[in-house]
Write a protein that binds this ligand. Structure first.
Ligand code: SF4
Ligand code: SF3
Length: 533
């Protein structure tokens, strides 16, 4: 079976995976995901006419998020989404009272998985447009929508939504099927995606801080506490909260992994004394680290990798994450995960290093006077945002080396899972301000933007005129949408690595270079010299 996927940074040979995904995605799943995206476009043609419908909007978000890298590897689940997509399309068609014509509007999936798979082969990403530059921008838009859907999903789990954002999702999905649109129409939609994502990240920020308070600087234990153990990995804070409630008083300690680390900074989560610490590093090290975790392990979002047999029996997925033969928790009852943890040995007491997290916009802007005074006195010469995704491919040591080699009068803001490359190093402080400030998860790019905008306000300049440089690493589609948000804000001079996206053609890259002066990372020495002079 033919597959083609190029949506993430580890696309095979820098062009795309066509035999099997480097991520572990089998051709059947890749083709079914292509089919689901085609179905979502068909649904969107009617949803765009219908206007807001909570069931269709919720479905659209979940289905898009299911196609993000390292989320859903289970063919039957993707097949069920395709079937549901068709039912919702028929519902939207009836409710909107219109009948559209054309191949996309007429879409009807086969009744069984084998038939859906065959159909999916005709809907690969290369069929999205004949012109390669337009196709490139459509891909940027589609991956942006996927990334934005991931953040919207977390906000929706908290009961939040936004009509304008949801209208954009349907409008943009429908637009990708419109043969009358040209290159600049899609560029406009991609930029609008960045704008809408700022709203979504803000919505999620208010959902998280509304539920758990603003993050406060917090020391996180990297050692272990005597007792049974559960490891939570992913991005969803509400799922963590529910698990903390259900494990209270049971002698089980909860550890965070990967993007869950910033959870320790939230007052409403850190109040649980059995939220014991953080275990391991970023997602790509899971196979070698999980084998040493003597408790149950649960994924609530990406990034899951093929589990080894050494820990598969104690591994669980939740929400939209799924892997064949891995137990899935439906809903909010975590008793299976808890019972498993109680059977397993757990950890002895073995305290270790502590690292800091919790420098969200509220915490950093709370000491803005001190920060501004340090810049004015020359104690702080430059800020670097070194953030984004981690990944398995070589070349990512650049970020560690970059952080290590920065002069002592610079401050590093970091976010997302790329921070594990350097967050255990001791960078010291400048007059009490830590030189490394962990702003949070990837979606907390919202916080970093708030901090940058506030500093620009204090210095009466634009964000591009601040002594601030962004050195970003990308891996999956959430990073794509964050880049679109930064472009929407007019932020220039971003350095991006470890490699450029396979889905960007030379012409589109030129466009981005001309308009935003974005550049690929080169060497630490050359890049640092070009920034600091
Ligand atoms: Fe390849 Fe990435 Fe697509 Fe997986 S998500 S198939 S690794 S390009
Ligand atoms: Fe990491 Fe998957 Fe992107 Fe949320 S956990 S940043 S890669």
């Amino acid at each position: 079976m033919e597959m083609f996927c190029n949506q993430c940074e580890q696309a095979a040979n820098g062009t795309g995976c066509n035999i099997s995904g480097v991520c572990g995605k089998k051709p059947e799943v890749a083709v079914l995901q292509d089919h689901l995206l085609y179905g979502l476009k068909s649904l969107a043609l009617y949803a765009d006419k219908l206007g807001r419908n909570a069931e269709i909007d919720r479905f659209t978000i979940e289905a898009l998020f299911s196609t993000v890298t390292n989320v859903d590897f289970e063919p039957a689940r993707i097949g069920a989404l395709i079937t549901q997509c068709y039912a919702l399309k028929e519902k939207a068609k009836a409710a909107a009272g219109v009948t559209l014509t054309g191949q996309v509007a007429d879409w009807k999936p086969a009744a069984d998985l084998a038939g859906m798979t065959v159909q999916g082969e005709a809907h690969g990403i290369n069929t999205q447009h004949v012109n390669e530059d337009i196709r490139s921008v459509i891909e940027i838009l589609m991956y942006g929508l996927k990334g934005m859907a991931a953040y919207m999903d977390h906000a929706m789990i908290h009961g939040k939504t936004d009509d304008e954002v949801m209208a954009f999702f349907q409008k943009a999905l429908a637009a990708t099927t419109d043969a009358n649109l040209g290159l600049m129409d899609f560029v406009g939609l991609a930029m609008e995606c960045g704008k809408q994502n700022l709203t979504v990240m803000g919505l999620l920020d208010s959902a998280n801080t509304g539920a758990y308070g603003h993050p406060v600087p917090t020391a996180v234990q990297l050692g272990t506490k005597a007792g049974k153990a559960i490891l939570v990995t992913g991005h969803d804070l509400k799922m963590l909260e529910e698990l903390l409630k259900q494990t209270e008083g049971k002698g089980i300690n909860i550890y965070t992994h990967g993007e869950m680390l910033p959870a320790h900074g939230y007052p409403g989560l850190k109040k649980y004394t059995h939220l014991a610490g953080n275990f391991g590093g970023a997602w790509q090290d899971q196979a070698k680290e999980f084998v040493n975790f003597p408790g149950s392990i649960i994924f609530n979002t990406n990034c899951i990798q093929r589990p080894s047999d050494s820990y598969k029996d104690r591994l669980y997925t939740w929400g939209l994450v799924a892997w064949p033969d891995v137990k899935h928790v439906d809903g909010w009852d975590f008793s299976a995960v808890i019972d498993k943890a109680l059977e397993l040995p757990g950890f002895p007491d073995n305290p270790g290093q502590e690292i800091l997290t919790g420098f969200g916009h509220n915490a950093v802007l709370g000491v803005a006077d001190k920060v501004i005074a340090a810049v004015k006195s020359g104690a702080i010469k430059h800020f670097f945002l070194i953030g984004g995704c981690d990944g398995a491919k070589s070349g990512r040591n650049y970020y560690t080396e970059f952080a290590e080699k920065l002069p002592q009068d610079t401050v590093i803001l970091t976010l997302a899972c790329g921070k594990y490359r350097f967050n255990k190093l001791d960078f010291g402080d400048i007059g009490g301000i830590p030189r490394l400030l962990d702003v949070g998860q990837c979606n907390d790019a919202y916080s970093a933007i708030q901090i940058a905008v506030a500093l620009a306000g204090a210095f009466e300049c634009g964000v591009n005129d601040l002594p601030l440089s962004m050195i970003l690493s990308w891996y999956e589609q959430k990073a794509v949408v964050i880049l679109l948000t930064l472009f929407h804000l007019g932020i220039k001079n971003i350095k991006l690595g470890p490699s450029l996206p396979a889905f960007i053609t030379p012409n589109i890259l030129n466009f981005l270079v001309e308009n935003f002066n974005i550049a690929p990372i080169t060497t630490v020495e050359a890049d640092m010299k070009s920034i600091l002079g």
